[in-house]
Design a protein around this ligand. Sequence first.
Ligand SMILES: *[C@@H]1O[C@H](CO)[C@@H](O)[C@H](O)[C@H]1NC(C)=O
Ligand SMILES: *[C@@H]1O[C@H](CO)[C@@H](O)[C@H](O)[C@H]1NC(C)=O
Ligand SMILES: *[C@@H]1O[C@H](CO)[C@@H](O)[C@H](O)[C@H]1NC(C)=O
Ligand SMILES: *[C@@H]1O[C@H](CO)[C@@H](O)[C@H](O)[C@H]1NC(C)=O
Length: 302
Amino acid sequence: MSGNKESSDGGWRKFMWNSEKGEFLGRTGCSWFKIFMFYLIFYGCLAGIFIGTIQALLLTLSNYKPTYQDRVAPPGLSHTPRSDKSEISFKMSDNSTFKKYVDSMNELLLKYDEDRQTAQGKYESCGENPDTYKEQGGLEEGSGQRTSCRFLRKWLGDCSGLTDNTYGFKEGKPCLIVKLNRIVFFRPKGPSNNSTLPEALQGKSYNNLIPVYCKNKRPEDASKIGEIKYFGFGGGFPLQYYPYYGKQLHPNYLQPLVAIQFTNLTIGEDLRIDCRVFGDNIAYSEKDRYMGRFDVKITVNS
Ligand SMILES: *[C@@H]1O[C@H](CO)[C@@H](O)[C@H](O)[C@H]1NC(C)=O
Ligand SMILES: *[C@@H]1O[C@H](CO)[C@@H](O)[C@H](O)[C@H]1NC(C)=O
Ligand SMILES: *[C@@H]1O[C@H](CO)[C@@H](O)[C@H](O)[C@H]1NC(C)=O
Ligand SMILES: *[C@@H]1O[C@H](CO)[C@@H](O)[C@H](O)[C@H]1NC(C)=O
């Protein structure tokens, strides 16, 4: 038994290093060297082709303007807190049930703190009334970074988190914060025809504002939603925050926000709410649940 083992060990050792023939793992040094050189050149060429292709592609791209944009206008409308299956469900007496919602709103609003918007030359005030587009040149002009309009958290009133750090959740009056997704160099247009707007929005003109409006999705919920309050610039997205010049030229850009507070939701029922933005170049799609609109199910339990 032990002799057998010795001889098999010897065979293995001989295969590893055969001192008679000068072979390592069954090959001579020269043979190993040829194999090594072959693979070195082979992989070198592969890497060269790979890098070359990417470089050629990069040369054709602009630093500032997206060449391939699959999400061209119209923009998506997104909301915070966002949750699985668009369901927001909590118990107002148990703050652990809405902690995740509050946390996500705190995170979003962090960069809207007033003291983060003080840097000279990066931020400016663009007024507190809706105004026309703030043009700052074209995308290709290398004239440096564009300034960003301030958007102060306190404008969101009861939904700013400054007066109530649970954003209304502990009173069963939850807030949602809504924003239009950024699209480089997109200029959203306000609604030019009053008569296409929901009744509640009619009677005003919206030259420089993209209004947001929410209502019950199902007719049977009509009486259960209660009053909805809108905070921000008159309940919409003001045009002076557009166009957006992209990450490189507009690094401090702040998207305008609208906060929506549901102040009198019926307790203990699943309520479906549909929110939309209204503008001439904003469309809706059956396929894309967030294109210009979203719907959310809210359940408040006591
Ligand atoms: C929840 O409320 C309790 C009592 O008011 C408080 O001690 C606790 O810190 C709160 N928890 C969170 C996550 O806010
Ligand atoms: C507004 O829309 C209504 C209904 O689509 C149409 O009848 C009316 O002519 C439009 N008005 C203007 C000024 O475009
Ligand atoms: C919208 O309605 C208001 C009030 O009825 C009116 O003053 C305004 O001119 C209308 N705007 C448009 C674009 O039709
Ligand atoms: C809240 O809604 C109920 C009906 O659902 C209504 O009776 C009550 O007056 C409303 N409260 C306020 C403050 O609007």
